[in-house]
Design a protein around this ligand. Structure first.
Ligand SMILES: Cc1cc2nc3c(=O)[nH]c(=O)nc-3n(C[C@H](O)[C@H](O)[C@H](O)COP(=O)(O)OP(=O)(O)OC[C@H]3O[C@@H](n4cnc5c(N)ncnc54)[C@H](O)[C@@H]3O)c2cc1C
Ligand code: FES
Ligand code: FES
Length: 461
């Protein structure tokens, strides 16, 4: 049974059958003649491929989000409502966003412009518009059109009365539904429950789990090959469940960074500092907490922050669930302790906010970049004396890791020059960074010391 995919594209229903499920939405759109969205990086970094989806908003309504079509596999569109730049307006009747770009001379080439239009379209209809820099952080222009585009983002008027795109937002968004689809010898399953996902995982150990796809599909695009069987977690509501009880916060592994930003930026220490620096708004719309931890990247931002907060991972299996402290979760470079039949279900962040919490991320550019070194520092103080310390670092070891000896050495001390020097020495002894394309070993080592010095300086200005 192959099955078919059904979705709404630029306001028209579409049925697709017989297309390899590993095809990206971008490639499918372009093969269909919708060539507005472009392929440039194929890794979610430039926004040339941006399209717009309708997703649930607050109060039962919907909102528009710009997404990287190069990171979406075609079956993920099943049940969705998607708009491409071709659907916003037409020659002689441009959409207000397109008109504003033309009026500001904001477009120099046809390569990046459709992606900027998609991002600005979502920005135009957003209930709470972010700063222009954030709205456009996922879109690259190689020939300096930014000033005009930023001005467009800053100056867009509210949607006009009777705007049909604005009216659409008052109705609910389509919900992801269970799906089984096969074509070209490959298979895509999207179970509708955690039990269904665990059962599929047990029956098909060779299948690969897919959450937001911002790591996995980017990697598949680079490699040019993909597994024959993918199990999407996109319709498993249990994995998106979040709660805050008695101060302890539980975040479902399937929660996106956008959802986390909306619900927990002010409640989980460090997150308000981390989130604006995490990828771009386009990536945050798809990328999940679970995917971030499961890739076990040495510079995973979520892992570094959650290590400093003593978080625990909850792993689900057909036989029940178990909890693993995050500092025992990473087993080696890009490896975790999660077993073949298990799924990361949630992360629990204990109550006990630190007196001082700092997240530092050193990158080559301010926004939408991966860290070369990151640090999450959480200190509990009593009358200026450290009672508990958590020092977690990324980019200096094969996995994100805590500096346990340095944490111990800080207890009972005040944040003065002597404790800083002792802490710097203990942290330096804990890690042997390596050189790679992002930074040299010497630079990384130097950063460890300077990020600690910065924290001490910020603690006693
Ligand atoms: C342009 C760009 C910028 C980025 N910037 C950052 C950044 O600033 N900071 C940062 O930390 N990361 C960054 N990333 C990496 C990525 O976005 C994050 O790691 C993201 O959180 C991954 O989540 P995902 O849902 O997309 O995972 P996916 O790609 O869907 O999955 C990643 C891996 O996890 C597995 N997996 C996913 N969910 C589960 C689960 N519940 N149980 C078991 N296994 C699971 C998958 O099988 C896969 O192996 C960036 C990526 C891109 C493309
Ligand atoms: S092609 Fe660059 S983000 Fe998709
Ligand atoms: S105008 Fe397209 S890359 Fe700059």
């Amino acid at each position: 049974m192959g099955g078919a995919l059904h979705f709404v594209l630029n306001g028209e229903p579409v049925e697709v059958a017989g297309v390899d499920p590993r095809t990206t939405l971008l490639h499918w759109l372009r093969a269909r003649g919708l060539t507005g969205a472009k392929e440039a990086c194929g890794e979610g970094e430039c926004g040339a491929c941006a399209v717009v989806s309708v997703v649930p908003g607050r109060d039962g309504g919907s909102r528009y989000v710009a997404q990287n079509a190069c990171l979406l596999l075609l079956p993920e569109a099943d049940g969705a409502e998607i708009w491409t730049v071709e659907g916003f307006g037409r020659a002689g009747a441009l959409h207000p966003v397109q008109q504003a770009i033309v009026a500001a001379h904001g477009s120099q080439c046809g390569y990046c412009t459709p992606g900027f239009v998609a991002a600005l379209f979502a920005h135009h209809y957003a209930a709470h518009r972010p700063a222009p820099e954030q709205a456009l952080a996922g879109n690259l222009c190689r020939c300096t059109g930014y000033r005009a585009l930023r001005e467009v983002a800053a100056g867009l008027p509210a949607p006009a009365a009777g705007d049909p795109f604005a009216a659409r937002l008052r109705a609910p968004a389509p919900a992801a539904r269970a799906l089984h689809y096969e074509a070209a010898g490959a298979r895509f399953d999207r179970p509708g429950s955690l039990a269904g996902a665990l059962e599929l995982r047990a029956r098909h150990p060779e299948a690969v789990l897919l959450a937001g796809g911002t790591d996995l599909v980017a990697e598949l695009n680079q490699r040019g090959s993909a597994p024959r069987h993918l199990i999407s977690l996109g319709a498993v509501a249990e994995l998106r469940a979040c709660a805050g009880r008695g101060g302890t916060v539980t975040i479902g592994a399937g929660a996106t960074w956008r959802e986390i930003e909306e619900r927990f930026a002010g409640r989980v220490p460090l997150f308000a500092q981390l989130l604006p620096r995490f990828a771009s708004p386009l990536v945050r719309e798809r990328a999940t907490l679970g995917g971030n931890l499961m890739t076990a990247s040495p510079v995973g931002d979520g892992a570094v922050a959650l290590l400093a907060l003593d978080a625990e991972a909850e792993l689900a299996s057909p036989h029940g669930s178990r909890r693993v402290p995050l500092h025992e979760f990473f087993a080696g470079y890009r490896r975790t302790v999660v077993g073949p039949g298990e799924i990361l279900a949630a992360v629990h962040v204990p109550a006990a906010p630190p007196s001082l919490a700092r997240f530092h991320k050193v990158t080559k550019r301010e926004l939408d970049d991966i860290a070369c070194v990151s640090a999450a520092i959480a200190l509990w103080l009593d009358g200026g004396t450290v009672t508990r310390a958590r020092l977690a670092f990324g980019g200096v070891a094969p996995t994100p890791a805590r500096a346990l000896a340095a944490e111990q050495a800080l207890v009972g001390r005040r944040l003065d020059a002597a404790s800083l020097a002792a802490c710097q020495a203990a942290v330096a002894a804990a890690f042997r960074p390596i050189s790679d394309v992002r930074a040299s070993a010497a630079y990384r080592s130097a950063l460890l010391g300077s990020l600690l010095a910065r924290t001490w300086a910020e603690a006693s200005p």
